[in-house]
Structures are given as C-alpha cells and as structure tokens.
Design a protein around this ligand. Structure first.
Ligand code: KIV
Ligand code: ZN
Length: 391
C-alpha cells in the first residue's frame, strides 16, 4: 500500500446541499454525518453556518454527533461575522477547521466585488489573520482559481500562507478546467508552495459542468494535490462536484499509477450512495460509475461468457469492494448459452443437455425477443410450464 495518503474532505452537507430540492433536515444531516464517519472520511464540511440559524444549529449538532472522531469544517466568506459563526458552530470539535472563501479571478474581483485586486488580496489576508486568532487550522479557497491570472493567484496564496493559512484549496468553481491544464496549474502551485512552506496542504475542489470533475481531481492528485474535496453521488451546485466514490475508486483501482491511497472504507461506498439518494430524493443515474444500478450489471452475451470464465475479463473491480453483491448478469436477447445455463443452475434446475437444452435456450431467446429483460420469474416459467408443479 502506498505511503502517500490523500486527505478526503466530503462536502455533501455543504456544496451537495446547495442542489435545488436536496435540503435535508437536522435528523437527516446527522444520518449522513454518521455514514460519512463509517466511510472514514478525514474531514466533513458540515454547512455554511452564517447562512441561517438552522444551518448554524445543524453544524453544531453534527459536531456533537461525530466531531470527536472526524475533523469538522464549515464555510465562511472572508468577513468577520461569517468567521465568527463558523468558529462558534465548530469550536467543540476535536479537530476544527475554519474554511474561508474569496474569489481570485478578474470576473470575481471586478464584477462580483467591484474592488481592486490589492483590496481583495488584503481582505483575504485580514480574514485569515482573524481566523487564526480563533483556531490554528484555516483553509483558504481561491474561488474560481482555474480562471484566475496565475501570478495574482500565486500572490494571493503566498500572502494568505504568510498570514497563517494551513490549507490552500484550489477550486475549479465553474467546472471550466480540463485535466491536463488543471494538473499543470496544480503542479506550478505545488512547486512554489513547497518552497514557501512545505507543511501547507494543497487541496482541490472541482465542479462537473463539462463532466470532468473526477478527471480534473485525479489529474491534480497526480500533480501534487494532497487533499480532494468531493461529494457523495457527485451532488453539488449546478452539474455537481467531483463524486467521492469515483475519485476514491480511481485512486484505489489505479493505485500503481497514482502512487497514493485514501483511508476511505470503500465497502461503505454503496451504502453511502443509497442513503444520500434516499434522503435527498435524488436518484443516482443507472449507469453512474461505481454506484449506479448498472455499474456491475453485464448484459451482452460475449461479456457474460467471458465473465463466467474469469471475472477479470470484464471487471476492473468487484462489487464487493464497494459493499455490493457479486456481479449481476442481466438476461436479454443478447445473452448467450453460457449465461442462460448459469441462471438456470443458480435457480436450482437442471438445464439438460444436447437437444433438450437447445430447445430450452431457443424458447428463452423467443421470450427475450419479446421483452427488454428476462427476469428470474420468466426463467422459472420457462422451466416449469411443461412440468407439474408440486402443490
Ligand atoms: O466551488 C467553489 O468554489 C466552492 C468554494 C466554497 C470552495 O464551493
Ligand atoms: Zn463548490
């Protein structure tokens, strides 16, 4: 197992909860937090406490519930009131972390804030200095980093690190980056950061607007990011955030390529996905990588035949690795004799041999041609329709 550990921050309860319709009540948030603890995430971002009293109290409850064993953070804009709210809501956690966000791109500085670059940089430095009077651990997010002018981005990072920031988070806020470019950005920041202060943790936070959040996150890991921010099922603002299950399994399945590991309990991934889907009411797309219903379902005859000979022929990971049952062979008109025979035997029947089996298989194909999928009860019907079923 690799020595280089990647820290996993889950922000399902903050960025994930920003999804329209995904609002959770306190009890539901506590259920998610407990599951994130079972999943062994390193840090839970529990909310945005300055946004409402309800959010503030929910963060406090999460701290009470899991804050003795998981590091807890919450989000603040670079203003004193927000930082105070975060501090008051997380201060009883064993390892609390204040998270400050402030934009670095021209469009943020000029349009969102209508201030000068120097003024925004100073605002960030003041926020970090203030947060450091409250807690030792402060993360600074350079919002919209991927669309920022590199030298200004670096000046900001340098200044907030000198002011005491212990983690620098580089967000691709609007999902604009592409993997090669984002990896390059992280490599350049990492080279300078290691010279400035090699204790500071470099983190990434990617959005999925172009469907590249996971790829960008993994590219960042390969180029020196020590920490990844993700959500269960990829929930999050607009098209969502990098999906925790995809990033974690990407690192695990391709450990030799990435040369690192996470401490995530991967057998809890499927349960986490199902719980978050159930509580938010947001379905997981059936073909979603890792946790979609079809992620381990095989329907083509060629694939089914190969899998029955050796699972490695068509599986790069086992469903058991993520807490699922063994592979699923879906019977359709494209299934072959091998898969059909396997299904018959699994139901405890003798498939017969030679012409007898061939006749049965042809009946199965005729049935399969008239349906999308053939279920166990259909096979049962085929096998029993000419027999007397004991009363
Ligand atoms: O997308 C973003 O930039 C954020 C920050 C608060 C990290 O969510
Ligand atoms: Zn975000």
């Amino acid at each position: 197992m690799s020595n280089r550990k990647i820290i996993v921050l889950d922000t399902t309860l903050r960025d994930g909860e920003q999804v329209p319709g995904a609002k959770l009540n306190v009890q539901q948030k506590l259920e998610v937090a407990q599951q994130l603890k079972r999943l062994n995430v390193d840090i839970i971002e529990a909310g945005f406490p300055a946004s409402s009293l309800g959010d503030f109290q929910a963060v406090q409850q999460i701290v009470k519930s899991v804050g003795d064993s998981v590091s807890i953070t919450a989000l603040a804009r670079a203003v004193k009131n927000d930082i105070d709210s975060v501090y008051e809501s997380i201060k009883l956690a064993q390892n609390p972390l204040i998270h400050i966000v402030l934009g670095t791109s021209n469009v943020h500085v000029e349009k969102k804030f209508n201030r000068s670059k120097d003024a925004i940089l100073q605002m960030g430095v003041d926020a970090v200095k203030y947060a450091k009077t409250l807690l030792p651990n402060v993360q600074y997010s350079t919002e919209d980093a991927s669309r920022s002018d590199f030298e200004y981005l670096w000046s900001t990072i340098e200044a907030v690190v000198k002011a005491g920031a212990t983690m620098i988070n580089v967000p691709d806020t609007v999902g604009y980056a592409v993997p090669e470019e984002f990896g390059d950005l992280i490599r350049r920041i990492n080279e300078r950061l290691k010279n400035l202060n090699d204790k500071v943790i470099l983190s990434v936070h990617c959005h999925n607007d172009l469907g590249m959040a996971t790829a960008n996150t993994l590219s960042a890991v390969r180029n020196g990011a020590d920490k990844v921010e993700c959500t269960i099922n990829g929930l999050g603002e607009r098209a969502g955030n990098a999906s925790l299950e995809e990033v974690v399994m990407g690192i695990k399945v391709r450990e030799n390529f990435y040369n690192c590991r996470t401490d995530i309990e991967t057998k809890e991934l499927l349960r986490s996905s199902k719980l978050v889907s159930l509580l938010t009411g947001l379905d997981v797309q059936v073909n979603k990588a890792i946790t979609g219903d079809n992620a381990f379902a095989h329907s083509s005859g060629i694939h089914q035949d190969g899998l029955l000979k050796d699972k490695n022929v068509y599986e790069i990971m086992s469903p058991e690795d993520i807490g699922g049952d063994s592979m699923e062979l879906i019977l359709t008109a494209r299934s072959g004799r091998h898969a059909f025979k396997n299904a018959v035997e699994k139901m405890g029947f003798e498939p017969g041999e030679g012409d007898d089996f061939e006749q049965l298989f042809q009946q199965f194909l005729a049935l399969a041609d008239s349906k999308k999928e053939v279920y166990d009860h259909d096979v049962f019907y085929l096998l029993t329709k000419h027999r007397d079923i004991p009363a």
